[in-house]
Structure formats: C-alpha cells, structure tokens
Ligand binder design. Structure first.
Ligand code: NAP
Length: 446
C-alpha cells in the first residue's frame, strides 16, 4: 500500500497507478460474526463500539466487471456503523448472507467479518471491464446506494428497487478501510476545493437530506417554508438546515446545548431551540405522552417564526414523533428517515387526519439525487460539517462519540491520508467559498 500511497500523494497519473501491483490484503475496520452476541444482556447505551470494531488486514476480494477498487484516503462515521458495531437492531451478517445468495459476485460478501463504512473519498485504482466512465487516477467520492442494475424494479427510482442496499452496511468491503470495492455507479467527482477528509464526510448524510428536502421524492422546501429540523447540528441536520436556507426557507433548528445553538447561529440559522434547556418531557412515562408538552413545544416554535412548521425533518423517532406530528402545520409534511430513539412510533392520529397532514418515509437517495447533492458540495453551495478527525486505528473511539451524541456535524476518519488538509486541488474556489465557512464546525469543536 505504501507504494500506492506515495504515487497518489505525488499526483501520479492513471497509467502509473494502474501499473502498480495491488496488495493481497489491506487494512480495514470490521466486526466479526463470532462476536455478534458479545453484548447480549447489555443496555444499548453501554454497548461499546471500541470492543466490537477491529482494525486489521483482510484479503482483497476479486473485482466484479462493474466495480472499481478505490484507494480510500478518508471516510467518515455514520450512524449505521454505530448500529453495525452494537449489533442493533440486528447483526448485519444476515444482510451479507442474503447478498451472498445472489450469484457468484454476491457470494464474496458472505464472510465471517464485515468491513464497514458507507462514505469515502479517494482515488480509483482499477476498474472492471464493464466500467466506462471512470479510470485509474480519478479522484472520487462514493455514495452508498448499492443497486443491481439488472433488477427491473431498480429502473424507476433505484431507491425503490427490491434489491436496494446500503454499501458498507448491507454489503461488505465498505469505506472504513485503505481500499474499498464499489460499483461504478456509486462514484462521483471529488469536490476539488476540499481536503480528503472534508470530501469524505458528505455523501451519505448530504444525499439523504437532499432527497428529503429538495427532491420531488421527498418534501421539497419552497421559499418562505418554515422547516423544523431535529438534531440540526448533527450529521443529517447540518445539511438539512443548509438546504432550507438555500431554498429561501426558514429553518427552526432543535439542538441540545448552548454551544450547538451558537454553531447554528454562525451557520446562519436564526431560530434555534435548545431542547435540553427547554426541558421538554414529551413522554410522562414509558407508555404515556403529554399533549401539554407538545403544545408548549409548538408555542416555542411559533414564538420564533410566527407559525407552525410546513415541514418537519424527522429522524429521532419514538421520543419526538408525537411532538412532530402535533407541531406540523395543517396540511404539512413530516418527512422521516430514521428512528434513533426507537422505531415503534406513537402519535395522536387525530392531529394527522383532522389536519390533513402527511407522514412521508424517505431513505438515502438514488444516483441522480446523490450526484446533484454532490454537485452542490463541489460548487461550494453546501458546506462540509466536519467537526473532528480520527485515524482509522481509532475508529472505535470515533464511533463511540457518535453513539453517545458527543459530536457535532460529521466525524471524519483518515484512512490512507497521512494527515489532515491534503488533497485540495482548487485553492481559488476554496478562498471564494471562504476558509472560515468551510472549517466552521472544526473550529467550533476545537
Ligand atoms: P447524528 O449525527 O448522531 O445526529 C442526530 C442528532 O439527533 C443528534 O445530534 C441529536 O441532536 C438528535 N437526537 C438524538 N436523539 C434525540 C432525541 N431523543 N430527541 C431529539 N433529538 C435527538 O446522526 P445522523 O447522522 O444525523 O443520523 C440520525 C439518524 O438517521 C440515525 O438513526 C441514522 O441511522 C439515520 N440515518 C438514516 C438515513 C437513511 O437513509 N434512512 C441516512 C442517514 C442517517 P441534539 O442532541 O443536538 O438535539
């Protein structure tokens, strides 16, 4: 790998990279099948990713004709890596086994280790014989929609495909590694004004927020819309508020500390609620919600922006869904992509049907949506919310930070990149976008 890394850093051309021998094994972060019950009987919050995420050598799998090997310079922690590492709600080996039954190339994935990670920035090393649009030497980011293009159900909106998967979560050979194996239709150009780690963190959360708030497949924001964004300085939320601002809407961010309130103000979000300071108790006990608390929350939103939100950007799930459905305006939309605090949801259906509201499910993004979201990053119109960077060897610690909500924005992970700040090819655009804006989350965390 050191020869490959030296060549990448020296800016070697595609032919030179293509001529370098590939290693038989590579360094990767993985969980092990024989440890899938290691946390049995342990409370969710006490399940420790530092114990389950290992970093070590794994064999390089063969490349399918529609795939590429990518030398991963940097990756990021997504919540799905937390789920994999605590084996919740299910161990991800079941996903790998199912993929393993889909032909010879699928069979490579059903292993006793799962290389995790659903984001990457890096350089293409090799392409399979069917790959037309990419070549060794191309600088790329990787989105995580893993689609079988021979599946007819993938040919309207690929997120509707029966075989749709998330790479590095429901497939093997993910991005938290020195080499990733990806389908060519996961590749996108790397934003030239960003460093490897700034470029690596965006694809998963940015594309998800794009589909939810920009695409016609979600609940697109129009100018003047008020949009309630839970976790507004977190992975998804920090992109969501940028999309609302870009669309001429008014985000109402919900966060849980004064530092996060300040961060959002610096990002241009004026209306922010500190949910911890407000002390909302939407649940009186495990089984009973409190409408008076929903009402207090709704009043707080109105006092900030003068009306109920047109759209609610939901992902905390059980703890907040009742309040989200209540607070959303008549005929408004609650768009949801997750349930971090619990997936068995309860809300008062009277508030939904009597006020003609809609709950809209959303999940990641199709290639076009991911591509368009990436283009906005490339143009400097969406900023990378990178707040901290860890070396791959400390991937367990990085995942623990996300597990316990100790981070802001996104955490980057250096894989082959020997340090931070490398890989910036367009300093002029960087200066135009503004160093201060690009590094806002990093400076806040410091
Ligand atoms: P994240 O970086 O941890 O941010 C989530 C934020 O939600 C936290 O910063 C926290 O903000 C807030 N939050 C957590 N628990 C809460 C609760 N009980 N009540 C209110 N707010 C709460 O995670 P993320 O990357 O944004 O992902 C969030 C969820 O979406 C995860 O479950 C993830 O798996 C899922 N996800 C799904 C997709 C998809 O395609 N379906 C894509 C990306 C992520 P404060 O503490 O500041 O309020």
């Amino acid at each position: 790998m050191s020869e490959i890394l030296s060549a990448v850093i020296a800016g070697a051309g595609g032919d030179e990279l293509a001529a370098l021998p590939l290693p038989e094994s590579y360094r990767a972060a993985f969980v092990r099948r024989d440890e899938a019950d290691m946390f049995e009987g342990v409370a969710s919050t006490d399940k420790d990713p530092r114990k389950s995420l290992h970093v070590g050598e794994v064999p390089l799998p063969e490349l399918a004709p529609d795939e590429a090997y990518v030398a991963v310079m940097a990756s990021s922690i997504n919540f799905n890596t937390v789920w994999t590492s605590i084996f919740e709600p299910l161990p991800t080996f079941g996903f790998l086994d199912r993929l393993g039954r889909e032909g010879v190339w699928g069979a490579r994935h059903a292993l006793d280790y799962h290389v995790v990670g659903s984001d990457a920035s890096g350089v293409v090393l090799r392409t399979g014989s069917l790959v037309r649009n990419w070549k060794p030497g191309d600088k790329v980011t990787v989105h995580c929609n893993y689609v079988d293009d021979q599946d007819p159900s993938a040919h309207d909106d690929s997120m509707l495909a029966d075989t749709q998967r998330i790479w590095g979560f429901e497939s093997n050979f993910g991005g938290l590694a020195d080499i990733a194996v990806v389908k060519a239709n996961q590749l996108m150009p790397k934003p030239a004004h960003l460093s490897w780690e700034e470029a690596a963190i965006n694809a998963l959360c940015n594309s998800t927020a794009y589909r939810m708030l920009v695409s016609h497949n979600g609940a697109p924001v129009t100018q003047g819309d008020r949009v309630l964004v839970w976790g507004a300085s977190g992975g998804l939320g920090s992109y969501a508020v940028q999309y609302v601002l870009n669309a001429g809407g008014t985000p109402v961010g919900v966060v849980s500390s004064p530092e996060k309130v300040d961060l959002l103000h610096d990002l241009g979000v004026e209306a922010v609620i500190d949910r911890r300071a407000a002390g909302y108790r939407f649940w009186k006990d495990e089984h009973t919600q409190d409408e008076a608390e929903w009402r207090r929350f709704g009043k707080d939103i109105r006092s900030l922006v003068g009306a109920d939100p047109d759209i609610v950007f939901e992902h905390p799930g059980r703890q907040t869904m009742g309040a989200s459905v209540f607070a959303c305006r008549r005929a408004g939309t609650i768009v949801t992509c997750a349930a971090t605090s619990g997936y068995m949801i309860e809300y008062d259906n009277r508030h939904l049907w009597m006020k003609l509201k809609t709950i809209k499910g959303s999940h990641f993004a199709n290639y076009r949506e991911a591509w368009d979201a990436n283009r906005l990053v490339c143009e400097g119109k969406i900023l990378p919310p990178l707040s901290a960077v860890f070396p791959l060897e400390q991937v367990g610690e990085a995942a623990t930070q996300v597990h316990h909500n100790l981070h802001e924005g996104k955490i980057g992970v250096l894989c082959l990149a020997p340090g931070e700040g490398l890989g910036i090819d367009d300093p002029e655009l960087r200066a135009k976008v503004g160093e201060d804006r690009i590094t806002l989350f990093r400076r806040h965390e410091a």
